[in-house]
Design a binder for this molecule. Sequence first.
Ligand code: NAI
Length: 286
Amino acid sequence: MEIRKITVIGAGNMGHQIALCAAMSGFQVKCTDTNPDILAKAIAFADNYLKERIIKGKLSEEAANKALGNLAFVPTIEEAVVEADLVIEAIIEKLEVKRELFSQLDKICPAHTILATNSSYIVSSKIADATNRPEKVCNMHFFNPALVMKLVEVVQGPHVSEETVNLVMNAAKEMNKTPVLLHKEIYGFLVNRLLQATRQEALKLLDMGVASFEDIDTAAKNGLGYPMGPFQLLDLTGLDLAYHVGMEKYEESGDPADRPSPTVVEKFTKGEWGKKVGKGFYDYEQ
Ligand code: NAI
């Protein structure tokens, strides 16, 4: 088996860029979202992104047209998965919603289709038993922004076959990514475990009133050489995501220390979810 046709479910923050990245790498891609506005935004983004690349001299017109020809945004999930070799799920970070989707995917996808989740924290063994093909269900974790960031974490849970892992690793390489393989499932995988340590401390320092979020970002950038401060990164990845991740972890562990920090709860409640809504810690309105 070879992966040629990729379907991305969810065209939000991550999905629209994963889809475009795959299309630019020569895969035939279909992308869908339950929200028509998000789908329209994703189509406009792909057009603009490719046009800008041409203007900047980074992409030929021919390559851009080829990428557009490879990419279809479709309104229904049934239409999206018809011939998929690999489905990459990029919907809301909620276990029950993902399980429901995977159960549906199992029923409507061809028998050979690999079902991967882009989840930041949920390991695929929590989802695989919602399907009748657990050996074909794994984590394929991209980073934000998916068109730029090279890393992809592939996780081989105990239920995942060697063939699935090899195919997914190869697909990531063909997307011009640098995949790493985790031989064990672990909460947060590699990068988010490292990131979480910094983020927790940054939020704690802010909640304690030790410094402003701007100065904590400045400290991380200028003292640690980070390309982006923890609050800038929170704005980019979404305060809603940070909230849901914290709640999922707390509900599972029951440990109050796992609860989202007061600042994250406040931002989530106010709808200040970061760059995608124009306001998070920083203001993005023009
Ligand atoms: P998002 O909220 O920006 O996008 C999710 C999209 O899925 C929304 O547009 C929503 O309308 C759509 N959706 C929801 N249910 C659906 C369904 N049943 N069928 C089709 N579309 C559906 O979320 P985001 O940030 O893109 O996150 C998606 C996943 O990617 C999450 O699991 C998250 O953990 C993971 N992730 C997020 C990163 C980030 O920086 N935001 C980084 C890496 C992974």
